[in-house]
Design a protein around this ligand. Sequence first.
Ligand code: 0X9
Ligand code: ZN
Length: 322
Amino acid sequence: GHEMTFKRYHRYLDMLKYLEFLSTKYPELVDMITIGKSSLGLPLKVIKISTGLRTQKGDIKPAVWIDGGMHAREWISPAVVMYTIKQLVENFNVNKKIVEGADWYILPVANPDGYEYTHTIDRLWRKTRSNHESDEAARTISSYLFGQPCRGVDMNRNWNFHWGETGASDDPCQETYAGPRPFSEPEARAISDFIMDRKDRIKLYLTMHAYSQMWLVPWGYTNKKSKDFEDLLNMGRKAVEALSRVSGTQYKLGHSTQLLYPASGGSDDWAKGAAGIKYAYTVELRDDGTYGFLLPASEIMPTGRETFAAIKAIAKAIVCKN
Ligand code: 0X9
Ligand code: ZN
């Protein structure tokens, strides 16, 4: 089928089919870029939405990056990212300003191995599905005790910025295993290479997670605030205010370590600290804990609508200044 319903959660290949359909139907606007492969060989596909590299004045346009699905069980994340793609492409006229104002690079499922695993074997799986058993650094007592190697790395502890310092485990059997080394995961490595190649153009980095309804400002690895923390807070405020105007959903906005916990090796910190993207945020989507990761599919549409309003507001403020 060449349509995307938001009445249910979709399998990875169904999402890719919809993206391919968009690139066929809107060849002037949409490009598909394979940026790498997962550990188990699934393609990592970024959709590029662009009306051209330059503005009418001839300047190089800024770019926006959005990813979802880094944590396998957080199903609302890929769903909301797909909703965002649909709005930008199929509702172009309504969203003209932000689509024409920037190039959009969007990766709906950063961890497809894990995502598929939650659809088939273990609904609450969080990590990737890599196997680092043969890796010296991954051999720990508990991985022996379990009888078979513990698979997977927490992809949001694997980034090469203050890697492994805090809130991350060196035990392959733990949920927050940081990996045997930074960027041990091909998925994180592929994203970082892609972003690094475009780091001067990317002005906004958003990574969608769940749950708890928070708009998190770096740093996530330390209690210290970045020197431009207030700028990020002010932009974040535009996002959460626009979000709550849609149907009243309240998001907390604030310093990541303060609202959650310190955890290093996250993609938001890497985007800000290593790639130099000033506006980098982790968004924790619905809900507040009522259903948690098992958010009913009936909430995809309302979550998509309000989150897109937030994305639209913050993108407009950051990339459509002129
Ligand atoms: O712990 C995480 O990776 C994120 N929360 S989640 O419940 N989706 O797992 C928060 C990450 C915040 N950013 C950093 N700590 N860098
Ligand atoms: Zn997450």
